[in-house]
Write a protein that binds this ligand. Sequence first.
Ligand code: GTP
Ligand code: MG
Length: 530
Amino acid sequence: MSPKPANLDARLEALRVVRETGEGRLTDARARELDAVLAQAGERRRLSPEHTVVGVFGATGSGKSSLVNALVGTEVAVTHVRRPTTSEAHAVAWDADGGADLLDWLGVRERTQLATPIDPRARSLLLLDLPDVDSVEAAHRAIAERLAAQVDALVWVVDPQKYADEVLHAQFIAPHARHAAVTLVVLNQIDLLPAAEVPRVVESLRGIVERDGIPRARILAVSARTGEGIPALRTALGDLAAAREAREARLAADVGTVAAAVPTAGTPTRPSTRATEALVAALGDAAGAEAVALAVSRSYRKRAGQATGWPLVSWLLRFRPDPLARLGLGPSRAGEDPEVHRTSMPALDAGARAKVSLGVRGYADAAAAGLTDVWRAGVRATAERAIAALPDELDRAIARTRLPAGRSWWWLLFTALQWVAALAAVAGIGWLLAAGLLPTFGLPAVEVPKVEGWAVPTLLISGGIALGVLLGLLGAALAAATAAVRRRTARRRLLDQVGSVVRVTAVEPIADELDRAAAFDAALALARAG
Ligand SMILES: Nc1nc2c(ncn2[C@@H]2O[C@H](COP(=O)(O)OP(=O)(O)OP(=O)(O)O)[C@@H](O)[C@H]2O)c(=O)[nH]1
Ligand SMILES: [Mg+2]
């Protein structure tokens, strides 16, 4: 018997995780297999965990029923030269409740209750005499096969004539090789062999059983007729019953077998922070973040020019459309709300949508490159869902971004100064006109004072114009610097919004899918290790 398998509970739990995380990634047949093992293990552990169910399997006439009788020391099972004899599973029990629930679950109706256990440690043994596994009767075979999948330990009975039978080994013993740890092989009817022959036959049988996939098999040579070897077999069964791990070993073998057949998910490649940032930047670009940021800066310069420029130029600027307004974005109508909100923007065009698909697919495919087909397809499907949702989401992200679109405090100062400069120039012109024209109408001449040889009206005109141009130039320089800052601010805010949309819609669902694959493989490795 092998040592107690490491933590069956943990492995069963791992198998449960494999089943859960593998939902939709496992074939239906595989999922059913896992369900069956989980249900079987759950049920068997719930029912009479203290009992050890040992099934006696073998070809017809090998002497299974005779062996059970010899073991228990009384004729409980019908034996006969007529073949096949046993047509129903028959249980022998020793303890008080006789494992009734467990036998119900196993579907064993025929039961015999005995008083004296075959071994002092085997009171909780349930010994099952079974129909022949290779029966001509389909019903017999069905019972034997069903119980081979349910019992805690298997005893294979062979006889000297047919111990090497190809069909018995290939079709029955080998398929249950995974239960080597809970398998005993009994060579019965050794009374029919010359004593000297027995070791040779046992060795030959050992070789065959090893080829069946049961290395270091425990082989006992017995005779149900003479009783030879029966005490040793009783002790072996006592060992099994005492070591409750027979049941655990059996279940662990089932978990290991079913888990070994489940294909792994593969190794996901976690996207780097840089890859994620690149995706956000690419999608921000597709959503027009750059264009909107540029419009923010242009709109600012236009409005600053209107407010602070030389009046003639600023007046002309009014006829140029606002770049933000052209994108459906712009300062609120009252012009007082420093933030703007999108009113209407064209949905992402075909080119932008193509950029979104390309970006997200590339990102997902790189992450899923190390996964097996079905898991890679899962990541792809998640990416496609993101691609379908992103255009609208990105649109809304741009729309809800608070853009810096307010006026600057210094505009008002410049406007006032421009007015002063313009009024000075106009006053100078008026003064000069008055001085030149009034005498022609016979009116008294207006005095034109001079400063340092310059006529004051002329000074007013040139000073006013020079101040206006200077203010215009200074305002334009200030506006350019502020617009550049606002462009960066707008870009950052837009990308923040785009980033959170991209994270929620694409990055996180894809990461979840990768986590799922990793959890699946970790659980699978744990379920397999035994
Ligand atoms: N010589 C000898 N004959 C045996 C031995 N064990 C069983 N037999 C005989 O072999 C025949 C078949 O025995 P059973 O115990 O009915 O065989 P079984 O494996 O239960 O057969 P089925 O129930 O048909 O599957 C009977 O005639 C037994 O007397 C043994 O150790 N030595
Ligand atoms: Mg029988």
